[in-house]
Design a binder for this molecule. Structure first.
Ligand code: NAD
Length: 477
């Protein structure tokens, strides 16, 4: 079995402690062995990044852009292998894994162009004869801490802008999905990124994550993960005066009004709530439905859920893969139990047996859920959605906005009046009309509000707000 290692200052580093990377579709067929870095190695990664960063920032625009293009090409050249490993270690189906790999390639390609577009501004000063120039500079060393649900897309959408704008990177991927990050690091190294500019450190959040947060040479931290971890990260980052960006959990609502196209509404709910095994921060976990369509919508959605094919991630027939890891499976099962108590009724939610032993769970729909119930308020991060009743559009919008989160929300309606009012009044970073709450483009900003996000948005040209800092120069001519 292959052993994957951390990449520090251009070298693959062995470690004394090893773990096995589990395959959630087949526990008897592990993905690889993982050499987990020590805190000392994590510190070495930061120090290497600090040494390499000024040279990288001084590298010409064309050379930097070319390297990003080469990373994009490298991802596409190895896309088959990447998708197989991603599906194997994370559990999403092959088509979903292929889509994610393509997205990572698109992101590096997009940021190759952004290298050229980092401009500034020129003002006249209020003092005669003085000009004011506003420019952007790299932050320096950035620590990127990423979750397991998008093992290549999220490392890509943080690493690409970081590198494009002249920063050096220390990436700490999730301990549940290190193999995809390892392949990405190989591709980045092969594309010619100088030693120390991109470092990968494998290990746990408590040890490696904390070491990066405490290191004085880390200038910025970009984190994606749960809101609970985010609160710990924020405390450490702020204590160390680090710039901070965080994308966290969600409890995303999708409203279905009486006049919705039923097929579109059912498609949006099925895709938004259950595909990728419901393990998307933007998953539609609250379906808020008005009386004239409630019965038809619930019935059609229930029928479609029960017809879904749940199976091995690498099996062509699977529409939904297993739950990604054991702690998440346990959490999902505890919420299914809660749903049995809190909902009017539930469908699905059973543990499933397949030819191989894995973390298979039938998607679960909880019907007639009170908006104040815990299953309607807490993020599950699994294939469990609730249906809530609303009298009319106004009550549906009030329920939708009554959450500590604010990542994504959606509405299914044929009314321009309600769709427009919803886009203007929903309290979330993403607003979807007749579309699933999940599934976003790579060239436009992504981010939420409230407990879902902290700091500036990711992706598109908005990514520069985090990965650069602003300098204001006053010049008397
Ligand atoms: P998590 O918070 O458990 O872990 C995320 C990362 O943080 C991992 O790399 C982990 O090792 C690290 N970490 C854990 N404790 C740490 C600590 N004390 N110090 C430093 N690092 C630490 O999240 P997860 O289970 O991997 O991912 C699921 C969560 O991610 C869900 O809540 C989901 O909504 C969220 N998510 C959000 C977005 C978004 O863009 N808003 C996208 C994907 C996932």
């Amino acid at each position: 079995m292959q052993t994957i290692k951390s990449l520090i200052d251009g070298q693959w580093c062995e470690a004394t402690e090893h773990t096995e990377n589990i395959n959630p579709s087949d526990l008897s067929d592990p993905v690889c062995r993982v050499a987990n870095a020590s805190a000392g190695l994590a510190r070495q990664a930061v120090e290497a990044a600090k040494r390499a960063q000024p040279g990288w920032a001084a590298t010409g625009l064309q050379a930097r852009a070319q390297i990003l293009k080469d990373i994009s090409r490298g991802i596409l050249t190895r896309s088959h292998e990447l998708a197989q490993i991603l599906a194997k270690e994370q559990g999403k189906t092959l088509p979903e894994a292929r889509g994610e790999v393509q997205r990572a390639a698109d992101i590096f390609d997009y940021f190759a162009g952004e290298v050229y577009r980092l401009g500034g501004e020129l003002f006249q000063s209020v003092r005669p004869g003085v000009e004011v120039e506003i420019s952007r500079e790299p932050l320096g060393v950035v620590a990127l801490i990423t979750p397991w649900n998008f093992p290549i897309a999220i490392p890509a959408w943080k690493s690409a802008p970081a590198l494009a704008f002249g920063n050096a990177v220390v990436l700490k991927p999730s301990e549940f999905t290190p193999a995809t990050a390892f392949l990405l690091a190989e591709i980045i190294k092969d594309a010619g990124v100088p030693d120390g500019v991109f470092n990968l450190v494998l290990g746990t959040g408590a040890e490696i994550g904390q070491t990066l947060l405490e290191h004085p040479s880390v200038s910025g931290v970009s984190f994606t993960g749960s809101s609970a971890t985010g609160r710990k990260i924020a405390a450490a980052a702020i204590a160390g005066n680090k710039k901070l960006q965080m994308e966290m959990g969600g409890k995303n609502a999708m409203i279905v009004l009486d006049d919705a196209d039923l097929d579109i509404a059912v498609f949006c709910a099925l895709d938004g709530a259950f595909y990728s095994t419901g393990q998307r921060c933007t998953a539609s976990s609250r379906l808020i439905v008005t009386p004239g369509i409630y019965e038809r919508f619930s019935q059609q959605l229930s029928d479609k859920i029960l017809a879904l094919n749940i199976g091995h991630a690498l099996d062509d027939k699977s529409q939904i893969g297993p739950v990604s890891n054991y702690p998440q499976l346990e959490k999902n099962l505890s919420y299914v139990e809660l749903a049995r108590k809190e909902a009017g009724s539930i469908i699905g939610g059973e543990r499933l047996q397949r030819a191989s032993e894995g973390y298979y769970l039938q998607p679960c729909l909880a019907l007639d859920v009170d908006p104040q119930a815990r299953i309607a308020r807490e993020e599950v991060f699994g294939p469990l959605a609730c249906i809530l009743r609303a009298r009319d559009y106004e009550q549906a919008l009030a329920i939708s906005n009554d959450t500590e989160y604010g990542l994504s929300s959606g509405i299914c309606t044929q009314s321009l009046k309600y769709a427009t009012h919803f886009r203007r009044n929903t309290q979330s970073g993403l607003a979807m009309v007749n579309m699933p709450t999940s599934g976003v483009d790579f060239h436009v900003p992504f981010g939420g509000r409230g407990a879902s996000s902290y700091g500036s948005s990711e992706q598109g040209h908005y990514a520069r707000d985090f990965f650069t800092c602003v300098k204001t120069s006053y010049i008397r001519s």
